[in-house]
Design a protein around this ligand. Structure first.
Ligand code: ATP
Ligand code: MN
Length: 460
C-alpha cells in the first residue's frame, strides 16, 4: 500500500505491506524504528521492529540504513509517538537494496540546493524535491483540466521547426551536417544537404502553428517543451523549458486578459486544494506566507494598466532603477517587481506596449505606436505570462514582417490564415516552470525542473 493511502486509514488492526526508501533509523536495545518514504506524500511512515518478538529479523535489520530500499509487512497500529497517527509493527522485512552509509550522498542533514543540483538524480529523495515534483505534476494536471473543461483542444505542435516564431534568433540548430566538414555552396553553408533539406531549429514557441489550429477549431492549447539559446544566467531562465500556449479565435485582448486571469486563479486554487501537505511545507520552509499570498491572488481582481501608465508610475518612483525608465524601453525585472510589489501589491496586467519591443504578430493599435500585447506580472517573479491579440489584417501583417527584416515568403502559411477567413484572435504563453516556481516559492528555476538545462550545463 502507498503511504499516502495508509495515512488515511483508521489505525485498526490490519495486516499490510509497504515499500519505500529509508529516511532515518533509530535503534534502541529492544526496538528498532525506521522511517520510510515512498514518494506518495511528504510524510514518512514509521516501521517498528520489536527485536525480542521478531529475532528472525535481526540479519535484515543490520542492512537498514538511510537510502536503502525496503519492503515491510506487518500490523498497522496506533502510534504512541507524536507526529503521526499510525505505524507498522513489522513481522517481515526485506532489504531490497542496501545503501552504504560511507558513500550515500544524501545522509540525513541539510544540503544546499547548489549541492543537490550536482546530484540531481538523487535529489527527488529529499523533502523539498519530492514536494516540488508532486506540485509540478498536479499543476500540469490542473492546466489540462482547465482547458479541457473549457472546450480547448490539446494540440501537439512540432519541436523541430523551420520557422522562427519570435523572429528573434537565439534558437538551437538541429543538423546532421558533419561539423568538421560543413558542405558549402557559393561560400554559404549548403543546407540543402542537411537532413531536412533546409535549416532547422528547436522551437521557441508553438504559437504560430497553434494559431493555424485555432483558425479551424476555435480554441486550442499547446503544452510542450520549448528551447531558447539565450545566454542569460538568471534564476528565471532555462534553455529548455515547458510552455503552455492557449490560442482562441473570435477573441480580443480583453477576453484574452479575462481568460489568463481566470486560468491562473483556477490552477492556483487547485493546488491549494489538492497539495495541502506540500504547500504547508513550502509555506513553512521555503517561502513563509506563500499560502496567504496565493489566496490573495485568487481573491483579488488583477490590476490592468497600460504600458504608458506603467512608465508614468515608474518615472515617479522614489527609488532609482538600474535601468532608467523612458517611454519605449522594455520593462526590466526590477520595474516589474516594483509595479507588482510596491505599487499595486498583487498581479498586474500591462497592455499596449510599444511596437518596437514586441513581436511582429501582435495587433497594431490605431495609434500605430503600440500593439495589443499583454504581460501578466506577479510579485516575486515579474513576467509569468506574455500574450497578445494577433494581427489579423493581411496588409498590416505583411508590412510588419518587412519592417522587422523578416521574409514574407517564410511565413506564407501563417499569412494564409489572414487571406482565408481571418478572424480576431488572441492567445498567451505561460512559462510552466515559472508557475511552478511561483507556486512553490523556490528561488531558482533550476530547482523546479528535474534536469535543468542552462548555458554551460546539461548534466544527466
Ligand atoms: P522574459 O522577458 O522573462 O525573458 P520573454 O518575454 O522572453 O520573457 P515570452 O517570449 O513572452 O517571454 O514567453 C512566454 C513565457 O515563457 C514567459 O512569460 C515566461 O513565463 C516563459 N519564459 C520565457 N523565457 C523563458 C526561459 N528562458 N525559461 C523559462 N521560462 C521562460
Ligand atoms: Mn526572454
Amino acid at each position: 500500500m502507498r503511504i499516502r493511502e495508509i495515512f488515511t486509514l483508521e489505525p485498526k488492526k490490519q495486516i499490510l505491506a509497504v515499500e519505500g526508501w529509508v529516511r532515518t533509523k533509530r535503534d534502541t536495545k529492544n526496538v528498532c524504528f525506521f522511517e520510510l518514504n515512498d514518494g506518495s506524500c511528504l510524510k514518512n511512515f514509521q516501521i517498528v521492529v520489536d527485536k525480542d518478538k521478531t529475532p528472525h529479523l535481526a540479519p535484515e535489520l543490520t542492512k537498514i540504513a538511510t537510502g536503502a530500499s525496503v519492503r515491510a509487512e506487518g500490523e498497522l497500529a496506533a502510534s504512541p509517538g507524536s507526529g503521526q497517527n499510525s505505524e507498522l509493527q513489522a513481522h517481515s522485512l526485506t532489504v531490497l537494496g542496501e545503501s552504504p552509509a560511507d558513500s550515500y550522498p544524501l545522509q540525513k542533514k541539510r544540503h544546499s540546493f547548489e549541492f543537490l543540483r550536482e546530484i540531481a538524480h538523487l535529489r527527488p529523495r529529499t523533502n523539498t524535491f519530492g514536494a516540488v515534483a508532486r506540485v509540478r505534476s498536479a499543476l500540469a494536471f490542473a492546466i489540462h483540466r482547465f482547458f479541457q473543461e473549457n472546450g480547448f483542444l490539446y494540440i501537439h505542435t512540432p519541436i523541430i521547426t523551420a520557422s522562427d516564431a519570435e523572429g528573434a534568433g537565439e534558437m538551437f540548430q538541429v543538423t546532421t551536417l558533419p561539423l568538421e566538414n560543413i558542405p558549402r555552396k557559393d561560400g554559404k553553408i549548403d543546407y540543402e544537404k542537411d537532413f531536412f533539406g533546409k535549416q532547422a531549429r528547436l522551437t521557441v514557441s508553438g504559437q504560430l502553428e497553434g494559431e493555424t489550429y485555432a483558425a479551424a477549431l476555435g480554441k486550442i492549447y499547446t503544452f510542450g517543451p520549448t528551447f531558447r539559446a539565450e545566454n542569460s544566467n538568471t534564476t528565471r531562465h532555462l534553455s529548455e523549458f515547458w510552455m503552455v500556449e492557449p490560442e482562441m479565435a473570435f477573441c480580443d485582448i480583453d477576453a484574452n486578459m479575462d481568460t489568463a486571469e481566470e486560468f491562473l486563479k483556477y490552477i492556483l486554487s487547485y493546488i491549494l486544494r489538492r497539495c495541502g501537505e506540500d504547500m504547508d511545507f513550502f509555506n513553512l520552509r521555503i517561502q513563509p506566507g506563500i499560502i496567504d499570498n496565493l489566496k490573495r491572488v485568487i481573491e483579488t481582481p488583477f490590476r490592468r494598466i497600460t504600458y504608458t501608465e506603467a512608465v508614468e508610475v515608474l518615472q515617479k518612483a522614489p527609488t532609482a532603477f538600474e535601468f532608467p525608465v523612458s517611454w519605449g524601453i522594455d520593462l526590466q525585472s526590477e520595474h516589474e517587481k516594483y509595479l507588482t510589489e510596491n505599487v499595486y501589491g498583487g498581479p498586474v496586467i500591462v497592455t499596449g506596449y510599444p511596437r518596437q519591443i514586441k513581436a511582429f504578430y501582435m495587433k497594431l493599435n490605431a495609434d500605430e505606436k503600440t500593439v495589443r500585447a499583454m504581460d501578466v506580472l506577479v510579485p516575486r517573479l515579474g513576467e509569468i505570462i506574455g500574450g497578445s491579440q494577433r494581427e489579423d489584417r493581411l496588409d498590416i501583417l505583411e508590412k510588419r514582417l518587412t519592417d522587422m527584416g523578416l521574409k514574407k515568403e517564410d511565413y506564407w502559411w501563417y499569412l494564409d490564415l489572414r487571406r482565408y477567413g481571418t478572424v480576431p484572435h488572441s492567445g498567451f504563453g505561460l512559462g510552466f516552470d515559472r508557475i511552478v516556481q511561483y507556486v512553490t516559492g523556490m528561488a531558482n528555476i533550476r530547482d523546479v525542473i528535474p534536469y535543468p538545462r542552462t548555458a554551460g550545463s546539461a548534466e544527466f
